[in-house]
Design a protein around this ligand. Structure first.
Ligand code: G6P
Length: 615
């Protein structure tokens, strides 16, 4: 986790670094810090809390200099405190590093360095790396031309773990050294200036020319340009690309929070996921990025979908959609579980890794494990230049635009609609008729207007949230395609409101969960007019018989639902396979309004981070 931004150029570093950190705050936000080099040596300010705390500290102690490194942290080793915040320095206090990742053997290294007489001020793994680089730096002859670069490379040869890092040293004042293994690091190349950052959003306002470092790359930047080396002696140069990234996409505009902005963007993000991918003439989908021949697509006889958090929930919806429309057996597995177990897959099994960021450590671990075993892995992801996008054999981009709020919303509906496209493609290559294909296309094309209808109920949903604002606990229930939505609704509620929330398959209510029902515990039922409607009605009555309040997400025009629920949110009538894309939106709004009413930090909930790059 954590975000890094570094700058070397002819401008003042501090404002550029602060602006970059604000864009990376989604990667972690429990403390932040900046170090700059100027004629007076290394200067450093770091603060626990949000970036505003750092800004306040810098207002009374500005840092001047045109070479600097900065970091926003999500604590792994060591509590969130001023001292544990990055940058970390070595024993001499002349070297500073920022680091994203985990040094797994830091305990052993710390012991070895302590035996040499070094002491440590923090509880972090990163300080051990700083001291180790400093140790190598001090061992090298002072005349050594590439002293910092050599010291970084020597130290990295001794460590196990992951890193995206940048180092600077007071005795080599015109240089910064960046390195990557496992955690992303992007080089931004501008006229007379260079950036290193955890992702392009931190540099996009200044340059559109970027290069993504590969694992084991080490880049040394000075005022004349950059030089690339590799710890594995890889001779390939960096691939330079132009990014198409509008900094305005990460601005709030008229919305009070990114989460609300992103919920409302779903009418557009859905269209972006579908654009150019429908073949109306043949009533099918066209997904060129899969890199599969029609014969290879026909031969797929099993699919394993893997991901974490919201991406995993979209996979659960995908499972039902693909099985019902294409009759291909699908399993969904948490990436953190899949990566560690010996799944008996055969060569006709397709693995699909789903991730908004494309940087989630467990999802990357799962995809690497599947590829190691020789399986074809496709990705569904949003971040075009992500590690997942580069390591999969093919895939489908979401084109949802940047998702800034930690709680995922538009990425979920984009992923679900991509599963629908995939199901249409697989189905039309098997037994779905052209007429059925056409119906699916019509259902997909109707989605933006239907989503607009749901968004109009935002004020009504807020009034329901007001009514239940005192609840300490909530239950979410759904069957079949709605089961993943129950899980997602509960996840949204707990992550941004801190209210205890559980999602369950509706019928499981009777097997223990009903013991939690009382008059203060609302139950949210997903009960569109589908084949399970009568069963759902029975379950709602069972809750009400025990004085439990019932909130129903039901189909427009359903009069009967008034007999079963205290509060009702309507979604437009639609075929069963698209209803999850509609029914999730009221739950996103419900959690959002509840969080605002409770005064929570909606876009940056406590303890969480947008992109979890540690195992
Ligand atoms: C974190 C975020 C979630 C997200 C999950 C997977 O836990 O807080 O919102 O769903 O990671 O992220 P990914 O980028 O892989 O979709």
């Amino acid at each position: 986790m954590c975000g890094i931004v570094a700058y070397l150029g002819d401008k003042e570093a501090e404002p550029l670094l602060l602006e970059g950190l604000r864009r990376l705050e989604y990667r972690g936000y429990d403390s932040s810090g900046i170090a700059v080099l100027n004629g007076g040596g290394l200067e450093l300010v770091k603060k626990v809390g949000r970036i505003q705390q750092l800004e306040r500290a810098l207002a009374s102690h500005p840092l001047h200099g045109s070479l600097g490194i900065s970091h926003t942290r999500w604590a792994t080793h060591g509590k969130a405190t001023d001292i544990n915040a990055h940058p970390h320095t070595d024993a001499s206090g002349k070297l500073a590093i920022v680091h994203n990742g985990v040094i797994e053997n830091y305990g052993v290294l710390k012991k070895k360095l302590a035996e040499k007489g070094y002491s440590f001020r923090t509880e972090t793994d990163t300080e051990v790396l700083a001291v180790l680089i400093g140790f190598h730096f001090d061992t090298l002859d002072t005349e050594t031309e590439n002293r910092l670069e050599m010291a970084v490379m020597e130290a990295l040869r001794e460590i196990t773990g992951t890193y995206g890092l940048v180092a600077i040293h007071q005795d080599q004042p015109g240089i910064m050294v960046g390195a990557r293994r496992g955690s992303p690091l992007v080089l931004g190349i501008g006229p007379h200036e260079h950036f290193l950052a955890s992702d392009v959003s931190a540099v996009a306002a200044h340059t559109q020319t970027v290069a993504h470092l590969r694992d084991f790359d080490v880049v040394t930047i000075d005022r004349n340009g950059y030089r690339l080396k590799s710890l594995t002696h890889n001779k390939a140069g960096l691939e330079i690309s132009r990014i198409d990234y509008q900094a305005a996409d990460t601005e709030l505009g008229d919305f009070p929070h990114f989460m609300l902005k992103e919920i409302f963007e779903q009418t557009i993000s859905i269209q972006n996921a579908v654009r150019g991918r429908l073949n109306i003439e043949e009533s099918t989908a066209q997904l060129g990025g899969l890199n599969l021949t029609p014969q290879e697509i026909r031969e797929i006889d099993r699919i394993v979908i893997t991901g974490c958090g919201t991406a995993m929930h979209s996979g659960m919806v995908g499972e039902y959609i693909i099985e019902s429309l294409a009759h291909v057996p699908v399993e969904v597995e948490w990436a953190s579980e899949f990566r560690l177990r010996n799944s008996p897959l055969d060569r006709r099994t397709l693995v699909i890794a789903v991730s908004q960021s494309g940087e989630t450590e467990d999802t990357l671990g799962a995809l690497r494990e599947a590829r190691r075993k020789g399986h074809r892995v496709l990705g569904i992801c949003n971040n075009v230049a992500s590690t997942l996008a580069r390591e999969t054999d093919g895939g489908v981009y979401m084109y949802a635009g940047p998702e800034v709020s930690v709680a995922a919303t538009k990425s979920f509906t984009s992923q679900a609609v991509i599963f629908l496209l995939l199901a249409l493609l697989l189905g039309r290559m098997r037994f779905l008729s052209g007429t059925q294909g056409k119906e699916i296309i019509q259902a997909i094309e109707a989605l933006p207007d239907q989503i607009t209808q749901i968004l109009k109920q935002s004020a009504h949903i807020r009034s329901i949230a007001e009514k239940y604002r005192k609840a300490d606990s909530m239950l979410f229930f759904g069957r079949q395609m709605q089961y993943g939505i129950a899980l997602e609704g509960a996840l949204k509620m707990k992550e941004i409101t801190y209210i205890h929330a559980e999602g369950h398959p509706t019928a499981e209510l009777k097997h223990g969960i009903i013991a939690l029902v009382d008059e203060d515990t609302p139950s949210v039922f997903l009960c569109p007019r589908d084949g399970a409607y009568d069963k759902n009605s029975n379950n709602m009555q069972q809750v009400r018989a025990r004085k439990g309040p019932v909130i129903a997400v039901a189909t427009e025009g359903d009069e009967e639902i008034h007999q079963h629920a205290d509060d009702i949110i309507c979604i437009p009538a639609a075929p069963e396979y698209v209803t999850p894309i509609l029914s999730v939106i009221p739950l996103q709004l419900f959690a959002y309004h509840m969080a605002v009413i409770l005064g929570r930090d909606v876009d940056k909930p406590r303890n969480l981070a947008k992109s979890v790059t540690v195992p």
